[in-house]
Design a protein around this ligand. Structure first.
Ligand SMILES: Cc1cc2nc3c(=O)[nH]c(=O)nc-3n(C[C@H](O)[C@H](O)[C@H](O)COP(=O)(O)OP(=O)(O)OC[C@H]3O[C@@H](n4cnc5c(N)ncnc54)[C@H](O)[C@@H]3O)c2cc1C
Length: 404
């Protein structure tokens, strides 16, 4: 039997940050990892570049990017937030750069820079890593105040256990935590595309995008603005993904079947209609099909014209108010039926996990169990795309590993 002061379960971003923090403070630390690889998600993250965090240093603004965990993370970000994360990596030789959309990557554009940084820091601090070692049971011995861990390799004993096992869409993966009496929010996926029925005409526009559309889910009274992309499955892009994250649970409850309304221009209907009336005056001799008055691809314009059922070859001068109203309904109010979802492969995260009311966010400790801490995606915390999920992992990992 191996006796170790601090055991971290899970060798992901949060587990590594917790391990390094505890070990650098002088603790004896072992990470137990069920797979045969460390930092698997970090390696493939951000398309192989690892979107480490976001260009947002103010905790109050930063928390607005978390559909779950925003209240609880506020204090945590004040203790170890985005500026501290940047400094932490910089102190270990990794500089980050900011992209136009605010995402921050290592200047090398290579996720292995982050993997190497974490592995070297852990090695230097004396962290032991045991691979292919899944924790199968966890039990607290009141008489010794020690945790006993059963694993697929050997038993371990620890005075402090940090659970950093990540998310997962299946409830069963949280059952061992529920067995400890911890409240669990049922896991459901976050960050997914809205699928359309298989033969939907819009799918022929695969690859078409608009820069600033509005996506709304009327039944859920939810709306999001930003780029919209048409994919092989249906609707995607930042505006859709953001909505999928904020409405992750409501959409799961609706079984991913609901009405989706798109305003392809992102401006009010009346304003767009007046724009068309002006075009009628300015370009009377042009055909509607050859002159698109909005900032979006011709293919989408052709599609919307077709859906408006206007006469072929219609010139702007001959377009009646009724014609233009039919057209503007398509431009500003296209209605689709969502039919299932596809998780966004580049940054899949889980909504749900250990309920936050069970955690003291100063130390990430369980309020029920002595010496038991949590960090990362195993908690009911998730952010939208852009580096926010790793930021939550660095923050909660650091606080969990910090020695009180
Ligand atoms: C493809 C992809 C790309 C992403 N890109 C980005 C990005 O660029 N930026 C961003 O902010 N977020 C990104 N994310 C999200 C981000 O990767 C996660 O939020 C983050 O990795 C969570 O870290 P974690 O340490 O909590 O969990 P994980 O990274 O999932 O690590 C948990 C570890 O625990 C191990 N484990 C589980 N159960 C046990 C057990 N019983 N015993 C022992 N070990 C166990 C698992 O094998 C795993 O290694 C991406 C996600 C994916 C899937």
């Amino acid at each position: 039997m191996t006796n170790s002061q601090t055991i971290i379960i899970g060798a992901g971003a949060a587990g590594y940050m917790a391990a390094i923090t505890a070990a650098e403070a002088g603790h004896q630390v072992t990470i137990l990892e069920k797979s045969n690889k460390t930092l698997a998600k970090v390696r493939i993250s951000g398309g192989g570049r690892c979107n480490v965090t976001h260009d947002c240093s103010d905790p109050k603004t930063l928390v607005t990017h978390y559909p779950r965990g925003n209240k609880e993370l506020l204090g945590a970000f004040h203790r170890f937030g985005q500026p501290e994360t940047i400094a932490w990596f910089s102190d270990r030789g990794v500089d980050l750069k900011i992209e136009a959309d605010g995402r921050m990557f290592p200047t090398t554009d290579d996720s292995l820079t982050i993997v190497d940084c974490l592995e070297i820091a852990a090695y230097r601090a004396g962290v032991e890593v045991r691979l292919s070692c899944a924790v199968t049971d966890l039990r607290f011995d009141e008489s010794t105040s020690l945790w006993h861990l059963e694993t697929t390799k050997q038993p371990y004993v620890a005075s402090k256990v940090i659970i950093a096992t990540g998310g997962g869409p299946k409830s069963e993966s949280f059952s061992w935590l529920a067995d400890l009496g911890l409240p669990i929010k049922t896991p459901v996926p976050s960050l997914f595309t809205f699928n359309l029925p298989s033969a939907h005409a819009l799918k022929q526009l695969l690859g078409v995008s608009v820069p600033s559309g509005l996506v709304s889910l009327p039944k859920l009274k939810a709306i999001s603005q930003g780029p919209i992309l048409i994919t092989h499955w249906g609707l995607s892009g930042p505006a859709v993904l953001r909505l999928s994250a904020w409405q992750a649970r409501a959409l799961a409850e609706a079984n991913y079947e609901t009405e989706v309304v798109i305003n392809w221009v992102g401006a009010p209907r009346q304003q767009c209609l007046e724009h068309l009336f002006r075009m009628r005056k300015q370009e009377p001799l042009k055909q509607l099909s050859t002159f698109c008055p909005f900032d979006f691809p011709k293919r989408l314009w052709d599609h919307l014209l077709e859906q408006s059922e206007l006469p072929d070859g219609l010139r702007w001068a001959d377009a009646s108010n009724t014609h233009l109203e039919a057209l503007i309904n398509q431009v500003c109010n296209s209605t689709y039926q969502m039919h299932g979802k596809t998780t966004f492969v580049d940054e899949f995260v889980t909504c749900g996990g250990v309920a936050l009311k069970a955690i003291d966010f100063r130390t990430m400790a369980s309020k029920q169990h002595q010496g038991l801490h949590f960090c990362g995606e195993v908690l009911d915390i998730d952010g939208i795309t852009g580096g926010f999920n790793f930021q939550a992992a660095w923050t909660t990992g650091y606080l969990a590993g910090r020695v009180e």
